[in-house]
Design a protein around this ligand. Structure first.
Ligand code: T4K
Length: 433
């Protein structure tokens, strides 16, 4: 079926680049110009894995029979132990989501003042800082790794800096050692945002035990998930204990509270999802890797698009297929996305715009006025391609063939789409009189 769909566009996706001479006449085959979409149903960026349904049922049966659904139930405790083993970290404190985990951690670390974080990250961290009266200071990223630039971070340290929060973006570890050295020199806290980096490593050591603590998101869109959920992992047993109390309103016994807390507990239903996904995690990573490798091979001959590589010397989850369009691609990232979306390939921009360009941060001195050239270059050109449970290697190859066709026909497509947009604007104008 798919082969037939590709064949109908084959004059536009010629791998040998010899069949493009009359492509201009056949642009109508692109769905955005009236053709039928390459895929019958939308391919998302990372449709979640869900493990084995029967296993999920078995975990749920246990909760059902005991009527234990919340408050540090046996499934949540089992998941914590298994995650500690998997990540090689002394303590895993499950939370209701990654944002709550970050908020409680910053509170328990007693952070106050300025906090340096990359602008190229999910906005939840900046929001958490603001809600705790902390001042976000946005740092640029490295152009190649897309992770916090240690050099820029060092420049941003002041006597008000209280913490650094780098992100291990798209599962690639940040410059752990350099940033750790900066934090140690300044005598400040280091908290890692490991939302993307479940089961990934840095210099052979699993992410989870670096810095003062690391924060995971187990949202459904992550490589390992519990539906909604998150965790703080750390080596410090005292910190873990304070976090366990704080996620349950600070209760140390019935009617006894030892400090400020909130409700950030993980339910047994989420824990059941997590245990099921953990049972199937290795198999899901194998499939992710097959899709990633199909992208690597099929994009090798396509000019103007580079795929962020995973370091094969490390443990990776191969979850995000992160690409960047280079000027040679000949057509803007946003136009490419429109063309892909029409074909049911729901590629996404990521962390767009950078936090420093988003309300409310763009009004701040550290916001838009911050000079973050690498962040801006990456947010304007990165393209996250479909992966996850609904994409197989053949889909990946078809998507690459589509991209090869777009680059072959870039000028004609751009011109045609501009012309269509002008026509539409013209008819809207005439319709309004
Ligand atoms: N730090 C980083 C680096 C993060 O990426 C995140 C969260 C956090 C911290 C904070 O952690 P949490 O507090 O969220 O645990 C997502 C997620 O809500 C969020 O967890 C995630 N990062 C962020 C990057 O985006 P959307 O807006 O992408 O979700 P949505 O609804 O558009 O879904 C994406 C696609 O996946 C859709 O096309 C449909 C599909 N999908 C989604 C869900 C939720 C499914 O097929 N099934 C599903 O259950 O938000």
């Amino acid at each position: 079926m798919l082969d037939k769909q590709i064949a109908s566009k084959k004059f536009l996706v010629s791998p040998d680049r010899s069949m493009t001479s009359d492509a201009r006449n056949d642009l109508e085959n692109y769905a955005i110009l009236g053709g039928s979409p390459m895929f019958d149903k939308p391919l998302h960026v990372n449709k979640p894995w869900a493990g084995e349904r029967r296993k999920f049922d078995r975990y749920l049966d246990a909760a059902w029979e005991t009527r234990r659904f919340a408050n540090d139930g046996p499934l949540a405790l089992e998941l914590e132990r298994r995650l500690e083993d998997r990540l090689g970290v002394a303590n895993c404190v499950l939370m209701s989501n990654g944002t709550a985990a970050m908020a409680l951690l910053l509170h328990e670390l007693g952070i106050s003042g300025e906090v340096i974080l990359p602008s190229f990250t999910f906005v939840s961290t900046a929001h958490t800082l603001m809600m705790q009266g902390l001042q976000p200071v946005f740092c640029d990223v490295d152009r190649d790794s897309w992770n916090m630039s240690a050099a820029h971070c060092a420049e941003l340290i002041t006597d008000k800096t209280a913490a650094i929060i780098p992100t291990h973006a798209f599962g690639r570890a940040c410059e752990v050692e350099s940033i750790q050295a900066i934090a140690e020199r300044a005598g400040i806290a280091l908290v890692m945002d490991a939302a993307h980096a479940f089961d990934c490593s840095s210099n052979g050591q699993k992410i989870g035990a670096f810095g003062d603590a690391e924060v995971f998101s187990f949202h459904a869109t992550k490589a390992f998930h519990t539906g909604e959920g998150g965790a703080v992992t750390c080596q410090d047993a005292g910190l873990a204990e304070r976090l366990r109390l704080a996620r349950n309103f600070g209760f140390i016994g019935h009617g006894r509270v030892n400090g400020v807390g909130t409700n950030a507990k993980m339910s047994e239903l989420s824990a059941a999802m997590g245990l099921t996904n953990l049972d199937g995690f290795d198999a899901s990573v194998e499939k992710n890797k097959a899709v990633y490798q199909a992208y690597v091979e099929a994009l090798a001959g396509v000019p103007g698009i580079s795929l962020m590589p995973f370091d094969e010397n490390e443990t990776n989850n191969y979850w995000y297929i992160a690409a960047q369009l280079l000027p040679e691609f000949g057509i803007s990232r946003d136009l490419v996305m429109k063309i892909l979306h029409a074909e049911n390939v729901l590629a996404r921009r990521y962390f767009f715009p950078g936090c420093h360009d988003m309300q409310p941060y763009c009004g701040m001195p550290a916001g838009t006025e911050a000079h973050l050239p690498n962040t801006e270059a990456i947010t304007d050109t990165c393209l996250i391609l479909p992966g996850g449970s609904e994409v197989d290697p053949q889909d990946a190859r078809s998507i690459c063939a589509l991209l090869a066709g777009i680059v072959d026909n870039a000028a004609a497509l751009a011109e045609h789409l501009r012309w269509s947009a002008d026509q539409q604007a013209g008819s809207e104008r005439s319709g309004s009189f």
